[in-house]
Design a protein around this ligand. Structure first.
Ligand code: FE2
Length: 157
């Protein structure tokens, strides 16, 4: 009798253990799915070059992605402050875990001056550089929105 009781107990423990393992496995699967979704969102990067269709009438979406280039003061070493803000006319691009400006680059006369990579949801599309602009004819900013592609703007000097 005692042996039978013991075997029943072990069986019950086995079922509890199995249930617990299954629940744990389901939770692990849920966590894996969540992580996969987050990683997919992070790795979803549209790298298509986008253009403003009608520059005389840019849409809100186009303004939201167009990098604005502004010039500030020139320091004592001859470097001018160049700021890039993603979004024109006060229309600011969102910064979320699944939709954000993931990089930003500045070129002078076609040569890369600097670049910035931005983590999802951590910072807005903005950067500042000090650039020697002596003899420079153009500044070009290029940015990437993970969903809406690559956008650029050129400032002729
Ligand atoms: Fe976007």
């Amino acid at each position: 009798m005692k042996r039978r009781k013991l075997l029943k107990s072990i069986g019950a423990l086995g079922i509890i253990g199995l249930s617990s393992a299954l629940l744990s496995s389901c939770k692990d699967d849920d966590n894996k799915k969540t992580n996969v979704v987050q990683e997919e969102a992070k790795s979803t990067k549209n790298r298509q070059l986008m253009k403003i269709k009608d520059p005389s009438k840019p849409t809100k979406a186009e303004l939201k992605h167009t990098p604005e280039i502004s010039l500030g003061d020139k320091d004592s070493k001859g470097f001018t402050k160049v700021e890039i803000t993603v979004g024109s006319n006060g229309i600011i691009h969102p910064t979320k875990k699944d939709h954000w400006i993931d990089y930003l680059k500045l070129y002078k006369d076609g040569v890369l001056v600097g670049e910035l990579n931005i983590e999802a949801g951590m910072a807005r599309g903005f950067s500042g550089f000090r650039v020697n602009l002596d003899g420079v004819k153009s500044l070009r900013a290029v940015i990437g929105c993970n969903i809406h592609g690559i956008w650029e703007n050129t400032l002729l000097l």
